[in-house]
Design a protein around this ligand. Structure first.
Ligand code: NAP
Ligand code: 8YV
Length: 315
């Protein structure tokens, strides 16, 4: 009789991948247990389980108490749910799912930019409500000639640039360090916002990016400016953004991510110049499948020869 390796499944991140994990491994689903039962499972796995599979944007801190844990195979690219102080201390390796989601997320980012620029959600309501019979829908804004400023121009940002250039926009960006790219680099978010008609946030989560899109940045974006966030919700000072939208300090916003998902600050829902999406950047059947495949490949490689496909280097 062969014994399958144990895998601790921390949370319910993608049903299709969870099925594959159940097929290939002896899985232990922490998230299906009551809080009181969890320590018992972790104690039973001690010394017998080296691998955990988890969402990348959230985890259960109890897993760091499992001394035999050697690998967290995370589903998602943004690893703000992982406690790297704990994984560093306990020498636990972490993998994520970069690149395979670039196209899906970039498609969504561009869709959200265009929908916000052309006010498409309100246009749909306008058509359905019969309001058109009373007069035409207000004009939106063109893309051509505008400057798209990207805060966090990395893998996904570059896929967004490829899609945006045919719309005849100029590209500007802000990272901590400039890249060898033919786009204008701005060393601060305020300077980027001032240069931009559309400010797109693709920043990762974490303390360093907390509330960096603040009142001063939105002020620089200006009354015709559009703000779109597909990075992480922690980057936005929500009161400042709500105020900017209410007071006409910026024209409109499109948001895919929020601080305390799945709840969305109520103040946004009362505004008609913001489009609110439920974190669907990578939410296509194909993209999520590719992300799951990468989780499976990382685990297989770890077991086969102790190598990894996409290890996260937080150093
Ligand atoms: P990436 O390749 O690591 O790109 C991130 C970029 O942000 C890098 O170029 C980095 O450049 C810059 N950056 C990092 N920290 C910064 C800081 N404090 N200030 C300014 N710039 C900073 O990551 P990616 O694969 O493109 O993903 C980006 C993020 O998108 C993820 O972390 C995740 O949070 C989010 N995401 C959202 C969805 C969704 O569904 N909405 C889906 C996937 C990913 P420097 O190192 O030079 O600063
Ligand atoms: C999530 C994401 O994984 O990869 C990331 O960082 O934010 C997304 O792809 C996805 O939303 C799962 O819910």
């Amino acid at each position: 009789m062969t014994t399958k390796p144990n895998v601790l499944v921390v949370n319910d991140f993608h049903p299709e991948t969870l099925e594959k994990l159940d097929f290939f491994y002896q899985t232990h689903h922490l998230w299906r247990l009551d809080d009181a039962e969890k320590p018992e499972l972790l104690a039973a796995l001690e010394g017998h389980c080296e691998i955990a599979a988890s969402a990348s944007w959230m985890c259960d801190p109890r897993i760091y108490d499992l001394d035999s844990l050697k690998l967290i195979a995370a589903f998602g690219v943004g690893v703000d749910g992982i406690d790297f102080a704990a994984t560093g201390r306990k020498q636990i390796k972490v993998t994520n799912t970069p690149d395979v989601l670039n196209d899906g997320v970039a498609d969504l980012a561009l869709t959200l930019i265009l929908s916000t620029m052309r006010n498409l959600v309100n246009a749909d309501h306008f058509s359905r409500s019969g309001a058109w019979t009373a007069g035409p829908f207000p004009f939106g804004s063109s893309m051509a000639g505008k400057t798209l400023g990207i805060a966090g121009l990395g893998r996904i940002g570059e896929a967004i640039v490829q899609r945006a250039l045919p719309f005849k926009v100029n590209i500007a960006y802000h990272n901590r360090r400039p890249k060898k790219l033919p786009h204008s680099y701005y060393p601060t978010l305020e300077a980027l916002a001032e240069a931009s008609d559309i400010l797109l946030c693709m920043l990762p989560g974490g303390e360093e990016t907390d509330n960096v899109i603040n009142a001063a940045v939105l002020e620089k974006l200006g009354p015709e400016g559009v703000f779109v966030n597909v990075g992480r919700g922690n980057a936005v000072d929500d009161s400042a953004l709500v105020h900017a939208l209410e007071a006409g300090k910026i024209r409109a916003a499109g948001l895919d991510v929020y601080k305390n998902e799945p709840s969305i600050p109520e103040a946004y829902t009362a505004l008609n110049n913001v489009i609110l999406l439920p974190h669907v950047g990578s939410a296509t059947v194909e993209t999520r499948r590719e992300m799951g495949n990468l989780v499976m490949q990382n685990i297989a490689r770890y077991l086969c020869d102790n190598t990894l496909m996409t290890e996260v280097d937080e150093g």
